[in-house]
Design a binder for this molecule. Structure first.
Ligand code: 5AD
Ligand code: SF4
Length: 482
């Protein structure tokens, strides 16, 4: 089952190639094929990697069989994500037999996790670069060309690509992503991210604002600020609360949001992911204050049982979570809320699972991303608990919440019938050339007649039909550029 949204793992995008039609010159003779798995942050990183390598004489290609260098940007969050990449590597190895000079490299979270195994033991890779080593890629590739294997997966303590301007030619040319921070200090017991992405580091707000300005000048109309835990974004202040430079302002997430929102009223702002324990009222206040900050929050709950939340080391209770949901509705009554849920975590009883079902019934999320627990090496859960919920029970619990969520999503869409919403046009509908699609502020996909409208324009649509995944309507107004 595929769930929509612009966050986390979009099934339809897994394994997609990053292609950049950048102004390459005659010197861009080496061919790079790069494909990505996992979260939006990885897709955004692949653009950065492409940008670095284009400056180093590469051009991107759509077919890996044409490539001189193949890079796979990987994800470790669940075991099936890793299995998929390992299968893919077998295809690339097959090609290498015919093309011995082909370089195959791995980036991202699996690189950090499996570097020794894949380079030294199995010798299936020529190059491995962790999420903080992308700036090093030209050097690492030269090392490989000279006949050695190259590994750089040291997780750095600082941002390493702050002044590299990514080549932002996403497929639709309307919406783009900016990573505002990296890593995570939370140590949720099921999660491998703190091990693969390292400690939390935030980027300079000025460089983020400059990227947003650049985007709007290049025709983009929407930007999503990305981070593992955006609510703990901080600049010029340490994790302990000590100000670093007294002459400069401290910037936390609410201030950063405001700065980006002020770049242009025509630039929509989204962000992901929030953490329930860190989502503060000043962020909600800022969202309510700016029309161009979208009414949409992704707030992963993970479980509805306090015992399970504690074992997950999430740092909040269901009561706290529900209070945060009320706060969102208080500040932003129209706000859509999505979540992540894991079922079948270590020791999850029928009662504890039912508490998750009850929480989902209570909140009625607009969307949800739902997962079976998948044990990950080195995590606290792997070390402390046993992954003891049988696979059949995990599967039936997951199916039951997916079916329930489908109804909730349908219900949420039905509430839009007869209402008008402002939509940013993203492109031509997959189903019909005569239709366009876009998203409303709440992140729902809206389909309407093409007429003489173009992507990147804002329109009002009166909603007259819906499914659980999509809204349909008639265009009632077209906004002119401010
Ligand atoms: N097993 C299942 N789901 C997981 N997630 C993270 N780690 C695991 C795991 N080990 C889910 C969480 C997180 C989302 C990005 O992926 O719900 O919010
Ligand atoms: Fe993983 Fe928890 Fe950090 Fe999210 S907040 S990345 S789930 S450790």
């Amino acid at each position: 089952m595929r769930y929509k949204g612009n966050k986390v793992i979009e099934e339809g995008k897994q394994g997609e190639a990053t292609l950049v039609n950048a102004t390459t010159t005659l010197e861009n003779t080496k061919k790079l094929y790069i494909e990505s798995y996992g979260c939006q942050m990885n897709f955004s990183d692949s653009e950065i990697v492409a940008s670095i390598l284009i400056n180093d004489g590469y051009a991107t290609v759509a077919d890996y069989k044409e490539a001189d260098v193949i890079l796979v940007n990987t994800c470790s969050i669940r075991d099936n994500a890793e299995q998929r990449v390992l299968n893919r590597l077998r295809n690339f190895q097959g090609l290498k037999k015919k093309k011995p000079d082909l370089i195959v490299g791995m980036l991202g979270c699996m690189a950090e996790r499996l570097k020794h195994e894949l380079v030294e033991k199995k010798k299936v890779l020529d190059l491995v670069a962790g999420p903080d080593a992308y700036r090093d890629l030209p050097k690492l590739l030269q090392t490989v060309e000279s006949g050695q294997k190259a590994v750089n997966v040291l997780l750095s303590r600082e941002e390493t690509y702050a002044d590299i301007s990514p080549v932002r030619l996403d497929a639709n040319g309307v919406s783009a992503f900016i990573s505002i921070m990296r890593g995570c200090d939370n140590m949720c017991s099921f999660c491998v991210v703190p091990f693969t992405r390292g400690r939390e580091r935030s980027r300079d707000p000025e460089s983020i604002v400059n990227e947003a300005k650049d985007l709007i000048e290049n025709g983009y109309r929407e930007v999503t600020l990305l981070g593992q835990n955006v609510d703990s974004y901080k600049w010029n202040i340490t994790a302990k609360g000590e100000i670093i430079n007294a002459e400069e302002p401290v910037v936390k997430f609410a201030e950063l949001l405001e700065k980006v929102a002020m770049v242009s009223p025509d630039l929509r702002i989204r962000y992901s992911t929030s953490h329930p324990k860190d989502l503060t009222n000043d962020v909600l206040e800022t969202m309510a204050k700016y029309e161009n900050i979208c009414d949409y929050i992704h707030l992963p709950v993970q479980a509805g049982s306090n015992e399970i939340l504690q074992k997950m080391n999430r740092g909040y209770t269901t009561e706290w979570y529900l209070e945060r949901i009320s706060a969102i509705k208080r500040y932003i009554p129209e706000c859509a809320i999505s979540t992540d849920v894991i079922i079948g975590f270590c020791g999850e009883t029928d009662e504890q699972y039912t508490e998750t079902v009850d929480l989902m019934k209570n909140v009625k999320f607009d969307f949800a991303y739902m997962f079976k627990y998948s044990e990950r090496p080195k995590t606290l859960a792997e070390r402390n608990y046993s992954d003891d919920v049988p696979e059949e029970i995990k599967a039936s619990r997951l199916q039951a919440i997916i079916d329930m969520q489908l109804e909730h999503s349908h219900l949420s869409n039905k509430k839009m019938l007869g209402k008008t919403c402002k939509v940013l046009i993203e492109g031509i509908s997959k189903r019909s050339e005569e239709k366009l699609f876009g998203r409303n502020s709440q992140n729902s996909v809206v389909i309407f007649d093409r007429d003489d409208l173009k992507k990147g324009e804002y329109i009002d649509v009166l909603i007259d039909d819906c499914t659980s995944a999509t809204l349909f309507g008639k265009v009632t107004h077209k906004y002119t550029k401010r």
